[in-house]
Design a protein around this ligand. Structure first.
Ligand SMILES: C[S@@+](CC[C@H](N)C(=O)[O-])C[C@H]1O[C@@H](n2cnc3c(N)ncnc32)[C@H](O)[C@@H]1O
Length: 256
């Protein structure tokens, strides 16, 4: 696949040195590794590389949703890839799913879910902070996911009656337990629920509320990811590790 004017390209040097750019005719990108002239890469194939004037090799990579999320503009804490993947399989997200999301934030989770449910499904997301919604909108537009998302500047505690037939509900608020009753009203029977709970206190309160409203299949998990440094004859786990991002609380709606 060829790079065109206005293509999104990940300029990849190493894991730590990579940039997500919009390649525009007659523009240049300046890095401490040298300058890249966009006119010279328009027409090249994704996967090829160029050399900067200072002789550093930069690969031209087609960005994935992972790249868009990790390079997104952040106004809030975001949900990280290790948690995103498990959310998808545990809630049964798929093409065609209708999703309610409460707490858009920077739109990282929104971007991921839209990429799974498109083209037939949709994400209906709510936030009360216009500044974060603007950031999320830019991130969703850049990743090409905006057409599969409806953004609502509205507090769902005041009602979400305009929605129905929701397959999956996702809550990333400080007090997820406060919104379970409203979520239950719009969620399909046996529909999946997940809340992002950075602290155990939030897990406890959320589980208590899920039980009160008859949710079943309740499960709290924490996912840890450990990088392995693979080098011939000396492969071992990395000395550094992100110790904690969040706990996840899953459940399904029953009619009891
Ligand atoms: C941690 S951020 C969500 C991050 C998001 N999941 C992501 O991956 O980018 C929580 C968001 O919830 C929003 N929020 C707080 N109270 C809310 C409410 N009552 N209704 C809707 N959104 C709310 C905040 O404005 C904030 O943007």
């Amino acid at each position: 696949m060829k790079i065109e004017d206005n293509s999104q390209v990940l300029l990849f040097h190493t894991q730590r040195k990579k940039w997500l750019v919009n390649v525009e005719k007659d523009k240049k990108f300046h890095t401490h590794l040298g300058i890249i002239d966009f006119n010279s890469i328009i027409g090249m194939e994704f996967g090829q590389s160029v050399r900067t004037a200072t002789d550093n090799e930069i690969f031209l990579i087609k960005p994935t949703i992972h790249d868009f999320i990790m390079k997104s503009t952040r106004g809030t804490q975001i949900v990280y890839p290790k948690d995103l993947g498990f959310i998808a399989i545990r809630t049964g997200l798929k093409n065609g799913s209708n999703v309610l999301e409460i707490g858009t934030g920077s739109g990282a989770l929104t971007t991921f879910m839209a990429s799974i449910v498109k083209p037939e499904g949709h994400v209906y997301t709510f936030d009360v902070n216009p500044k974060f919604m603007e950031i999320a909108k830019k991130n969703l537009t850049r990743s090409g996911m905006i057409d599969y998302v409806t953004m609502n500047h509205h507090d769902p505690h005041e009602g979400i009656q305009n929605l129905k037939d929701i397959d999956v509900a996702v809550v990333d608020l400080g007090d997820p337990w406060s919104i379970i009753e409203q979520v239950k009203q719009v969620l399909n029977g046996s529909g999946g629920f997940v809340s992002i709970c950075p602290t155990m206190n939030q897990c406890e309160k959320t589980v208590a509320s899920l039980k009160k409203y008859g949710f079943i299949d309740i499960e709290c998990v924490e996912l840890l990811i450990r990088n392995i440094e693979a080098r011939e004859g000396m492969t071992r786990p990395s000395m550094r590790m992100i110790g904690h991002t969040t706990y996840l609380v899953f459940a399904r709606k029953s009619f009891s």
